[in-house]
Write a protein that binds this ligand. Structure first.
Ligand SMILES: *[C@@H]1O[C@H](CO)[C@@H](O)[C@H](O)[C@H]1NC(C)=O
Ligand SMILES: *[C@@H]1O[C@H](CO)[C@@H](O)[C@H](O)[C@H]1NC(C)=O
Length: 438
């Protein structure tokens, strides 16, 4: 009975929510918005093709933590750690590009286009530039009022499919969607430190991962050894068509040339292997599924109507919204606001949406309890607490969350913590240096 009721509610609420987003949301209020985004992304792509992978990862991080609300863009303050402080943030890039776009969009239409839409649109445009599908995406997202490092809980590069899937299902994505999203690895990169275990000592065996093509193992081992630990060389996740958003990644996986453990797993296990085969053999089918999955992801827990705000600076909450009641800034340092303010009345009145809104998800009322971490109890809704590192559907997998100890015992000590000693700053630099075309 209860189940029936909640299903009913779901069926009626979900459509209402998504109806808040629509293609061309800014056509009246900022007709040039999408063109501005496209042109800035195009310019960047000319000198840095890796921007597509960066944006895919940024978008993924945004949507998987508290919904697509641009919470990932918020800078930390002396009193609060934003999502950027979380372990998985290491390899996220592209903030500067978003700033550049936002600046131009603000100049054209002040306080009209949300940062979350900028991220979604920029990602979409970069996908097309990389040879991926061209498609329309609904807009009308609003920016969130909370960004808390403690809420970051993303799947890592060493997960197997069974463990990774629970990160996706609460977001409305199924196995097929997950496999399609991981196709973004076709343009992704990782770094030697993330695959050291597969190359040298897989799960404590003292041997490389036998599921990886031995020729590839030796080649990568040479590359990584040559660096001698002084740098952390980038490794393409698709060793064949590394900069093209195509279905070649799946073919590589089938050839045992998947780079990350999760990629190898994808091709080796029953539930996902048939999907990998399907995508490998039909590029159009992959693109279709990729678009569907991207659209689903871009729709995760979006804020619409009067919820949230339209940030003026993507890195900072608008001052006004924070002065109302108890805005995010008022929350004690570092701690996640367990009871955030209900949608604070956006002082700036929605410039755009003429729609009334049944916000299914009040912006600041997270159904989620703050500590997203540790010990799960049930993998139900939101985020499965696995400690898990992080895994991006795209490029490079950051290592697992800093403080949590590896749960898998077995001598699996994958990533040599070598970079750790130099501190995060150094690490960040080396990643950056490692980025192709940076
Ligand atoms: C990522 O988080 C670390 C702390 O864990 C922080 O020092 C670093 O500045 C963050 N990176 C970015 C890009 O904000
Ligand atoms: C690289 O990709 C092309 C087409 O995408 C394919 O025909 C070729 O066999 C691939 N090469 C390798 C070594 O996988």
């Amino acid at each position: 009975m209860e189940l029936k009721i909640s299903l009913l509610v779901l069926c009626c609420i979900l459509p209402a929510i998504s109806s808040q987003l629509r293609v061309g949301f800014y056509s009246q209020t900022c007709p040039q918005a999408e063109a501005i985004v496209r042109s800035v992304v195009q310019n960047r792509f000319k000198t840095d093709r890796s921007i597509t992978a960066a944006l895919l990862r940024l978008h993924f991080h945004d949507c998987f933590v508290r919904g697509c609300d641009a919470s990932v863009l918020i800078d930390s303050t002396p009193t609060s750690s934003s999502e950027k402080e979380a372990g998985p943030n290491f390899s996220v890039r592209g903030y500067d590009l978003i700033d550049e776009i936002k600046k131009q969009v603000e100049a054209a239409c002040p306080s009209t286009v949300s940062c979350s839409d900028v991220v979604a649109l920029a990602t979409r445009d970069s996908v097309a530039l990389a040879g991926g599908p061209t498609y329309s995406i609904p807009t009308g997202r609003r920016d969130g009022l909370i960004s808390d490092a403690a809420e970051v809980d993303l799947p890592g590069p060493s997960l197997n499919i069974e463990d990774a899937l629970p990160f996706f299902t609460p977001k409305g994505m199924n196995l097929n969607d997950m496999v399609a999203l991981l196709g973004a690895h076709t343009i992704g990169i990782t770094h030697c430190s993330f695959i050291g275990d597969r190359l040298n000592n897989f799960e404590g065996t003292g041997q490389p991962d036998s599921s990886m093509d031995p020729a590839l193992v030796s080649r990568l081992a040479r590359v990584c050894q040559a660096a001698g630990g002084s740098t952390d060389p980038p490794i393409f996740l698709d060793q064949n068509t590394s900069f093209v958003l195509d279905n070649e990644f799946y073919s590589q996986v089938i050839k045992k040339r998947g780079i990350l453990q999760i990629d190898a797993n994808l091709g080796a296990h029953r539930p996902s292997a048939p999907i990998v085969a399907k995508f490998a053999s039909n590029g159009d089918l992959f693109k279709q599924n990729f678009v569907n999955a991207m659209l689903k992801m871009a729709n995760v827990e979006v804020l619409v109507g009067n919820a949230g705000e339209i940030r003026k600076n993507c890195r900072v909450f608008n001052p006004k919204s924070t002065t109302s009641k108890s805005g995010p800034f008022k929350t004690p340092p570092g701690k996640s606001p367990s009871k955030p303010p209900k949608k604070s009345p956006p002082v700036k009145a929605p410039v755009t949406p003429p729609k009334k809104s049944p916000p299914r998800k009040a912006p600041s009322t997270p159904p989620k309890k703050p500590p997203p971490v540790k010990i799960p109890v049930t993998p139900p809704k939101k985020s499965p607490p696995r400690k898990a590192p992080v895994t991006p559907p795209k490029k490079s997998p950051p290592r697992k969350a800093p403080s949590t100890p590896p749960k898998k015992s077995s001598g699996k000590k994958p990533i040599p913590p070598r970079k750790k000693k130099s501190g995060s700053k150094k690490r960040r630099q080396s990643k950056k240096a490692g980025q192709p075309n940076n």
